[in-house]
Design a protein around this ligand. Structure first.
Ligand code: FES
Length: 143
């Protein structure tokens, strides 16, 4: 069996939503300290709906495929749904990732959460800090 699914290869070779959103409503950047990969997510939000999303990923193929898939999964969706997106769902949508590459999909989940947190912070929107448990302690974000 090939190491990477066809879906992973497709999203790696033709990533969706690559780029930058000028005047984004929320920006999140996370890095993996071990591999050094960095992922940045830009969100445009209107009336609680994610109307546009773009990413820049400096990282491995799985990280690029995960960013591409994750952005497709939250585009056009309400914030509440994007908040539920797990790295597991991203990996499943990619038809699986090799075990040692699962952390790459974690980066996508974290980057989206970080961008949503940024949106909340910028707009003074109250939120339950427990929704972002890692943010208190991890120090990954470069905000
Ligand atoms: Fe670092 Fe994939 S190896 S995110």
């Amino acid at each position: 069996m090939a190491l990477y699914s066809e879906v992973v290869m497709d999203h790696f070779t033709h990533p969706r939503n690559v780029g930058v959103i000028e005047n984004a409503d929320g920006v999140g950047q996370v890095g993996n300290a071990k591999c050094g990969d960095i992922m940045k997510i830009y969100l445009k939000i209107d009336d609680d709906i994610i109307t546009d999303v773009k990413f820049e990923t400096f990282g491995c193929g799985s990280a690029i495929a995960s960013s591409s898939m994750a952005t497709e999964m939250i585009k056009g969706k309400p914030i509440s749904e994007a908040m539920q997106l797990t790295n597991k769902a991203v990996a499943e949508a990619l038809d699986g990732l090799p075990a040692h590459k699962l952390h790459c999909s974690v980066l996508a989940e974290e980057a989206i959460k970080s961008a949503l947190k940024d949106y909340y912070d910028r707009n003074g929107i109250e939120y339950d800090h427990k929704l972002f448990p890692d943010c208190e302690s991890c120090g990954h974000c470069h905000d």
